[in-house]
Write a protein that binds this ligand. Structure first.
Ligand code: PLP
Length: 402
């Protein structure tokens, strides 16, 4: 019997949201503003003193509330707030927690857009950032200063698939009176960072959570106090910078969220299948579900087992030229699409160094151990994964890459 740590899928399943006329899906509230019968209630709502009243959709909207409640249930947090993109979630959290003169300790391996924000954008506000190897816990703690407001990491990093030791990072954050912020985009349901010790969890819902590549969206999961602080009309970063999600999209993402558990299992099963077959043919690759992976034991000790090890595999083609040849051939043969992003029902692949990590200077890519020929695979929901493997193998053979 597998040990069950937390069951995010049942948390979502238990939610019941009726539509206005009893629809099984909640009605979409297609309104930017809301009426009040009394001037006093409007004023009290502005001051955040009235539960269940909606003011203006940049602040809160019923459709966004339904999705936020579901994402919070999945994470085990008190609350959540949904954003117009994953970057909207990340930047809102960082700007809310930091003032000019503050400091952040971050994993050097992270999504290229996050890296660029930390490296190139935050200096505008005199916010200092120290980049560390997040697996080296001593260097994480050593980097903390009196003005450090947060430690930032991705639970499984993009694209190196390094697993963050969230419980230990959470302890370091607490001991040093700072916060741990975790981007769980690669591993929804598989990892529950808040329950493992993170203070705030962020998502690009563009990826696995939505799973359809028809929307860009994000989420912030945290305590009610933090959610109230970001949506405060006077000084809340979400309220004042306005990265809100459109309610139409909230509604469609909520429906997709209800199938996330099935999709995560299939993504993970397919990735594990391919990883085992890649091993047999001697391909150089990285998958955190393989015993050879440096963080295999750690991952096993923190994951919600039934959802597997995730759908992301990094294949090392050594050079960008070999990576390009392979990706073009894979697309030609119908394995999937040569495209950025992940968590789609079809397999997607891209050369990280030349795409989603191109914001990271090449010298830094090499320092962090990212091969210039790394092909990041987001494995799809293929029903016949053996035939997918056979197609991949035939591409590799045809191009004399194995
Ligand atoms: C791990 C991770 N976090 C955040 C983002 C940014 O999300 P979005 O594109 O929805 O803004 C991405 C996008 O690729 C990502 O891979």
């Amino acid at each position: 019997m597998e040990k069950k740590k937390f069951d995010p899928a049942s948390q979502i399943q238990r939610l019941e949201h009726f539509g206005e006329f009893g629809g099984v899906n909640p009605s979409i509230t297609d309104s930017s503003t809301f009426t009040f019968m009394s001037a006093q209630t409007m004023l009290d709502t502005f001051h955040g003193e009235v539960e269940g009243c909606f003011l203006y959709s940049r602040h809160w909207n019923p459709s966004n509330k339904y999705l936020s409640d579901a994402v919070a249930a999945m994470e085990g947090t008190e609350g959540a707030w949904v954003t117009g993109s994953g970057m909207g979630a990340i930047t809102t959290v960082l700007l809310q927690l930091c003032n000019a003169g503050d400091h952040i300790v971050t994993s050097i391996t992270c999504y290229g857009g996050t890296y660029a924000f930390l490296k190139n954008y935050l200096p505008k506000f005199n916010i200092d950032v120290t980049f560390v190897n997040i697996s080296d816990l001593e260097s994480v703690e050593a980097a903390i200063r009196p003005n450090t407001k947060l430690i930032y990491t991705e639970s499984v990093t993009n694209p190196l698939l390094q697993v963050s030791d969230i419980p230990k990072l959470g302890e370091i954050a607490k001991r040093n009176n700072t916060r741990l912020v975790v981007d769980n985009t690669f591993t929804p349901m598989i990892l529950s960072p808040y329950l493992l010790g993170a203070d705030i969890v962020v998502y690009s819902m563009t990826k696995f959570i939505n799973g359809k590549n028809d929307a860009v969206a994000g989420a912030i999961c945290a305590s009610n106090d933090f959610i109230a602080s970001i949506s405060d009309v006077n000084d809340g970063t979400a309220m004042l910078l306005g990265p809100v999600l459109d309610p139409m999209r909230s509604s469609s993402i909520l429906k997709n969220l209800h199938t996330l558990h099935i999709r995560m299992k299939q993504h993970s099963n397919n990735a594990m299948y391919l990883a085992n077959r890649f091993k047999e043919i001697g391909l150089k690759f990285n998958y955190p579900g393989m015993p050879e992976h440096a963080d295999f034991d750690l991952f096993n000790s923190i994951r919600n087992e039934e959802f597997g090890y995730g759908g992301m595999i990094a294949i090392d083609m050594e050079t960008p030229e070999r990576a390009a040849k392979l990706m073009e051939k894979l697309q030609e043969k119908g394995v999937g699409y040569h495209a950025v992003s992940l968590g789609y029902f079809k397999t997607l692949f891209s050369n990280s160094g030349k795409s989603t990590s191109s914001e990271v200077p090449e010298s830094v890519q090499l320092d962090m151990g990212m091969s210039p020929g790394l092909v990041r695979f987001s494995v799809g929901l293929d029903n016949d994964i053996e035939s997918t493997f056979q197609l991949i193998r035939s591409c590799l053979v045809e191009l004399s890459l194995i």
